[in-house]
Design a protein around this ligand. Structure first.
Ligand code: SOE
Length: 382
């Protein structure tokens, strides 16, 4: 017997589409007992939210999120709004006994995140944060290889997330998508938006980060704010680079910017161990690059594992071996892990919950503090 989980989606921008796609795909490819039902979507513009509901198969719509959260025919709320509303909506969901699937980052900062974790854990409600990249087959494969101890001692981790979409001075702050440039709505710039992804993957694969030393820069100091039509100071970080130490003794370097001309979404990471190294690049997302020092010297070299065989994580759920998966599948896989854990709450959780995302938030907070003070900063433990 299938058990329906009726989803209420709040916000229907870019992330609303990626999550809606996952809700519509899940039951076609993953055999979970709990299944998502697109029950309602919420947005302030009635014409637009109605059109979204029709296009993506939601049974109804609301224009006030508080109404959606109260509804008895909603079991789980998906928060896809800008970062400054995550905490308020999540706390209200908890009061109404709804499970929560929250867009990353968890909150504006660690203090807000702590309140969310405390409330959700006291309620016992299942909760997830949409850090999607770890669910790409090649990335999950990297995690499995590291967990099996195949790298031996780990020495280095490095990651980049590079974009170029904010170079123009004409771009305003505020408004659809552009709230990412407004610190009041976003909390931070590339640190919370892009490095948070790198940090989530890194902590998942390589363990906790204990201390960081960072620098940030805001290249364009003023932008028109869509709310006033006037120029206001820009207070987000346009670029950030930081050094880190992991609990396992390895050293790391992370870099992110929205000013790397030519790069749209270059997310890469590499991990170097005593016996093996692994590397991954979002532009070639089905491949995991693999170097094994254990093979005879004259055969040693970097090889590319095309992680699309039935044996690779998630791939067997889709097409026949060798056919490629894409960005959108990462969301379906994350959802599959969440629904699998509803089927069996005692099984190991492979998805980031609020507490894991709080740990990532603490790293972001420490990075921003270090950039401000010029000092190494210790990271709080979640
Ligand atoms: C920003 O451009 C953005 O869309 C982020 O907000 C996403 O989290 C990231 O996955 C891609 O880039």
């Amino acid at each position: 017997m299938k058990k329906e989980i009726r989803i209420g989606l709040i916000g229907y921008g870019f992330m609303g589409r990626t999550h809606s796609n996952a809700y519509s795909q899940l039951s076609h490819f993953f055999d979970t007992t709990h299944v998502p039902v697109r029950q309602a979507v919420c947005g302030r513009d009635e014409a637009k939210v109605k059109a979204f509901a029709e296009k993506w198969g939601y049974a109804s719509y609301e224009t006030d999120w508080r109404e959606l959260v109260k509804r008895e025919d909603i079991d789980a709320v998906d928060i896809c709004t800008p970062n400054d509303s995550h905490a308020e909506i999540a706390l209200e969901c908890i009061k109404h006994g709804k499970m929560i699937l929250c867009e990353k980052p968890l909150a504006l900062n660690g203090a807000q995140g702590e309140e969310m974790v405390k409330a959700v854990e006291a309620s016992g409600l299942p909760n997830l944060v949409w850090y999607n990249y770890r669910f790409l087959p090649a990335v999950t494969l990297a995690k499995n290889i590291v967990d099996a101890g195949e790298l031996g001692r780990v020495f280095h981790y490095r990651a980049n997330f590079l974009q170029d979409w904010t170079i123009s001075e004409e771009l305003p702050q505020g408004g659809a998508g552009l709230w990412r440039l407004d610190a009041a709505a976003a909390g931070s710039g590339v640190t919370g938006d892009l490095l948070a992804h790198c940090i989530d993957t890194a902590r998942w694969i390589n363990g906790d980060v204990v201390s960081v030393s960072a620098m940030t820069e805001t290249f364009i100091k003023e932008r028109v704010h869509t709310a006033t039509g006037e120029k206001h100071p820009v207070t987000i970080d346009d670029a950030c680079a930081f050094l880190a130490r992991f609990e396992n003794g390895s050293l790391a370097i992370f870099e992110s910017t929205r000013y790397a001309r030519g790069h749209k979404a270059l997310y890469t990471f590499e991990i170097n161990g005593e016996k093996k190294s692994l590397a991954w690049d979002l532009h070639d997302l089905n491949y995991l690059s693999y170097f094994d020092h254990g093979v005879p010297g004259d055969r040693r070299g970097w090889t590319n594992i095309h992680a699309t065989d039935g044996d690779h994580p998630y791939s067997g759920n889709w097409w026949v071996p060798g056919l490629c998966l894409g960005y959108e599948h990462s969301f379906t896989h994350e959802l599959a892990e969440f629904f699998k854990s509803l089927d069996d709450p005692t099984a190991e959780k492979r998805y980031p919950d609020f507490r894991h995302a709080l740990g990532t938030q603490y790293v972001c907070d420490a990075v921003l503090e270090s950039a401000k003070t010029g000092q190494w900063v210790n990271v709080k433990k979640a």
